[in-house]
Write a protein that binds this ligand. Structure first.
Ligand SMILES: *Cc1c(COP(=O)(O)O)cnc(C)c1O
Length: 400
């Protein structure tokens, strides 16, 4: 199929839930992709922070193929060694004690919501089921997690939304004190609001949140679906602040291409969800776990250091580009505020010129594969620099 066939067929059959760009990606290697016309792209998106090891990573391909030829799926009614290895390794690397495997970020958050509510119910009975989340947050698209998402634009059409959710402004400690009343069982935060515009949270706010939650036996849940698994240069982004949450949820980068979500918690909360209270048919599928183990094998301290270094390298270059106002974020999760040019136009021009890059709200967002080489970084940045310079000067960008 050539591009037009793919596009026309897709437009005929899919529910139009995605505003897609005019390219059909067919293969990739490292951080370089190829479309249906053979055109190459440098990838600064990693499938939205998913492809940590980029494309066709040798160890990952081997691990997944070998597991696919051995045991493909087995019900969670039985033990299996691959899933067990991943659980133990994730707990060891993160410093948490118990884990539940789901299939996506939203589902990992659903698990955290259920855990927090049951923990509170078991100890205090009814009337303490409220989940507090932050204004401008993003926690997923299931009915509960879209309700937990603190953005009004998501709270349309699908009424009635589940009850028991409340929002408080990010970095406002006084408002947080008021929001955390006796009806609350959990506070959800993101260390860097990803979909919200790559906005790192204040450390004073995290500190206050940790103290208030501990005081009132409210579970502090850190949604690390986007920031987790090395993305920011630490295994989990909360480590930058030193305030350990009670629960961490993660997904995107752990899967490195395959769908997985995980909810990790401290031992104290580790036995709240019992047989019959939660579960998942596909959660912790052995093929996916074999791939995820490869991601963890890759992420040693050296690699975390490298991710930080690559991020700093990119940030330093970006800050000097024409049209750039400021760069924020940590590690290889970066947001670029532009002076005047709309980010969406830049993204479209970059695609024309062989670079995939994202937006978040009104800024550009970079989430390259963690394995991206400096050569690929330079190639991608050169395209971005050129597009920004020409757009800043109001010139049409000609395809090279
Ligand atoms: C992407 C994302 C989610 C939702 O993950 P899905 O896998 O799409 O369900 C939840 N929280 C955060 C912070 C995310 O970035």
């Amino acid at each position: 199929m050539n591009f037009n066939d793919i596009k026309n067929t897709a437009d005929e059959y899919f529910m139009p839930t995605y505003a897609r760009f005019n390219t059909a990606i067919v293969s990739g290697q490292g951080a370089t992709l190829q479309d249906s016309d053979g055109k190459e792209y440098i990838d600064f998106t990693a499938g939205i922070a998913v492809n940590s090891l980029g494309y066709a990573h040798e160890g990952w391909v081997k691990a997944v193929s070998s597991q696919a030829g051995k045991l493909q799926h087995i019900s969670n009614l039985y033990y299996n060694p691959v899933q067990t290895d991943l659980a133990a390794e994730l707990c060891r690397k993160s410093g948490f004690d118990r884990i539940f495997f789901a299939n996506s970020g939203a589902e990992a958050n659903e698990c955290a919501i259920k855990l927090a509510r049951k923990y509170s119910f078991d100890r205090y009975g009814e009337g303490r089921g409220t989940i507090v989340s932050l204004v401008n947050s993003f926690h997923g698209r299931t009915l509960a997690t879209v309700t937990a998402t603190g953005q009004a634009e998501y709270h349309q059409y699908f009424h009635p939304f589940p009850e028991g959710f409340r929002y408080t402004p990010t970095n406002d400690i006084e408002a947080l004190e008021k929001a955390l009343d006796s009806s609350v069982c959990a506070l959800f935060i993101e260390i860097i609001q990803g979909e919200g515009g790559v906005l790192p949270i204040d450390s004073a706010f995290v500190e206050a949140a940790r103290a208030l939650c501990t005081e009132q036996d409210i579970l502090l849940v850190c949604d690390e679906v986007q920031t987790g698994i090395g993305r920011t240069g630490k295994f989990f982004a909360w480590e930058h602040y030193g305030q350990k949450p009670d629960i961490v949820t993660t997904a995107k980068g752990l899967g490195n291409c395959l769908p997985i979500g995980a909810c990790l918690c401290e031992e104290e909360f580790g036995r709240v969800l019992t047989p019959g209270t939660h579960g998942s048919t596909f959660g912790g599928n052995p093929i996916i776990c074999a791939g995820a183990l490869e991601v963890l094998r890759f992420l040693d301290d050296n690699k975390l250091y490298e991710i930080k270094a690559k991020g700093e390298y990119i940030k330093e270059k970006l800050e000097k580009f024409e049209g750039v106002d400021s760069v924020r974020g940590m590690g290889m999760m970066l947001g670029v505020k532009l002076k005047t040019i709309p980010a969406k136009e830049v993204v479209a021009q970059c695609i024309e010129n062989g670079l995939l890059i994202l937006t978040a709200k009104d800024c550009l967002r970079l989430l390259p594969p963690l394995v991206i080489t400096f050569d690929e970084i330079d190639q991608g940045l050169a395209i971005l620099e050129r597009v920004l310079a020409l757009k800043s000067n109001g010139e049409a960008v000609e395809k090279q």
